[in-house]
Design a protein around this ligand. Structure first.
Ligand code: FAD
Length: 478
């Protein structure tokens, strides 16, 4: 009798630990062939990011090494998934294709097409709860986070003993050709985000292990603009190099061990962020148009300003607001900024510059190493006030106060905006207020070494509120 064979189709689950698709493939078949498809629809799309692609390639190389150390190897093929998988299944005689379910609009279309040609088995793992099941009692999708989270928490919690250990050995893969992928290591900040599952696990360990793990301080430190208070796991969760179930279980175990209420609050706040992640994945599943269109209909006709010099200044980190500029320069250099910095620059683009949130969303998607359609469009719509659960339209972040509060002393700003290096602490987040003599003394003349603010925040705030109000009234009159 022939040995049953399954293809393990890897997409956003570049890991051997707690991989439900891999476990299912091994349960079904004696031989499992790990395969990654280089899909031109994803790799050559306009919003693709070279940085993210190269991080993915380098992480695939790590996965291949991990597979080889267990007797297997990764097979890489280019082409549309339908054609590649059908051909490969035929070539090796595979009966099943097993993969982790993904719920983005493109992934759903792709998987429907693949399922028409091969026996595709989809397994959970991308999220903790199935987005298709998370519905309000009315049967409609949740659009408000608090209601979503309430129902989310009422469902059975993931359990640590369900976490699947990595296979000790895998069946050998013989006589199957693979393309070679060579990652350009200079294309992504390898020193900041080293690729691969081992790194992802080390980060999770560092965040939740030991007698006083950083997660205990998360509630108070998470808003630091330099991002030092959060886990920095997002690129790894984005590509599934660590299982969200394992991350959840390891963190929630600490609720019992936490020495005080502040530490418990840290753990709870972090778990809540994982629920936000699920919220946006579920929202995108229910409203696929949210990547292009405001979720709130009343804000679909906001009159945005024309993008021009202001947009270029935002891209380059030359707005004259130090916290905004530091964030935009860090984003360009490292492909990652903290959540607080993301909210700040998003608010600045949309409210202070009155530019369409989709311009910012696209830029982030090209720049971010963790760029993800659900979290990115969700985060932008929240910041722009156009999302269902968004910050109210009159909430406009004050870039100076945000800087003073979350980067007191300006260490982070000085790192990313070196022109401001010698500016005294009291002016670091408002350098335009420096008297001329101080500017000369610290070598930072406003309008010369560092720009004057491109907008007056107080004026811009009023303008934004008026523009949003006008869009609301026009929508009510229609
Ligand atoms: C405008 C804007 C755009 C964003 N774009 C993305 C994106 O493309 N990809 C992305 O992963 N996150 C995005 N976020 C969410 C958030 O900023 C990042 O997930 C977080 O900063 C990553 O850092 P961390 O891993 O240290 O997070 P931690 O604070 O340690 O949180 C743990 C994990 O929870 C998830 N998470 C945390 N906050 C959120 C959130 N608000 N929404 C959804 N998931 C969250 C991430 O997977 C994160 O790794 C965006 C937020 C905003 C405001």
């Amino acid at each position: 009798m022939e040995t049953p064979i399954a293809l393990w189709w890897i997409r956003r689950d570049l890991r051997l630990h707690d991989n439900q698709a891999l476990a299912e493939a091994m349960r079904l078949a004696r031989t499992v062939i790990p395969v990654f498809v280089l899909d031109p629809a994803l790799l050559s799309s306009a919003s693709q990011s070279r940085r993210r692609t190269q991080f993915l390639f380098a992480s695939l190389a790590c996965l291949d090494r991990d597979l080889r150390s267990r007797g297997s190897k990764l097979i890489v093929r280019s082409g549309t998934p339908v054609e590649v998988l059908e051909r490969l299944a035929c070539e090796v005689g595979a009966r099943w294709v097993v993969a982790e379910a993904d719920y983005s609009p493109y992934a759903l279309r792709r998987d429907r097409a693949v399922a028409q040609r091969v026996d595709l088995r989809l397994c959970p793992g991308l999220t903790l709860q199935d987005p298709r099941e998370l519905r309000a009692p009315s049967g409609r999708p949740y659009t408000v986070f608090t209601a979503f989270a309430r129902s989310w928490w009422q469902r059975p919690a993931p359990q640590l003993d369900a976490v699947i250990p990595p296979p000790a050995r895998l069946p050998p893969v013989e006589d199957v050709s693979s393309e070679r992928i060579v990652a350009e290591l200079d294309a992504f900040p390898v020193h900041v985000f080293p690729p691969g599952e081992a790194e992802a696990r080390a980060r999770l360990d560092a965040f939740v292990s030991g007698s006083d793990p950083p997660i205990f301080r998360y509630a108070s430190e998470r808003n630091r603009l330099d991002g030092a208070g959060s886990s920095r796991l997002s690129p790894y969760l984005r590509f599934g190099m660590v299982s969200v179930r394992e991350a959840w279980c390891r963190a929630s175990q600490l609720l019992e061990r936490a020495p005080d209420e502040a530490s418990r609050a840290g753990v709870r706040a972090w778990l809540n962020e994982l629920v936000w992640r699920e919220f946006y994945i579920t929202l995108l599943y229910s409203f696929p148009r949210m990547v292009r269109e405001s979720l709130r209909p009343e804000y679909r006709e906001i009159e945005w300003d024309d993008a021009g010099d202001a947009l270029a200044a935002w891209y380059r980190g030359q707005t004259g607001y130090p916290a905004v500029d530091a964030a935009m320069r860090q984003l360009a250099a490292e492909g990652w900024i903290s959540n607080r910095a993301r909210m700040l620059v998003a608010s600045f683009l949309v409210k202070d510059l009155l530019l369409d949130w989709r311009l910012g969303e696209r830029w982030f998607f090209q720049q971010l190493i963790d760029g993800d359609p659900a979290a990115n469009s969700g985060g932008w719509q929240w910041s722009a006030g156009t999302g269902t659960d968004a910050a109210p339209y009159f909430r406009v972040f004050n870039p100076t106060k945000q800087g003073e509060r979350y980067d007191p002393g300006g260490r982070w700003v000085r790192k990313w905006v070196p022109e401001l290096c010698h500016v005294p602490d009291e002016f670091i987040h408002r350098p335009w207020a420096m008297p001329r003599a101080v500017q000369e003394r610290c070598g930072c003349r406003i309008g010369r070494e560092y720009p004057s603010p491109i907008v007056d925040h107080a004026v811009a705030r009023q303008r934004a509120i008026a523009r949003y109000r006008a869009a609301r009234s026009a929508a009510t009159d229609r």
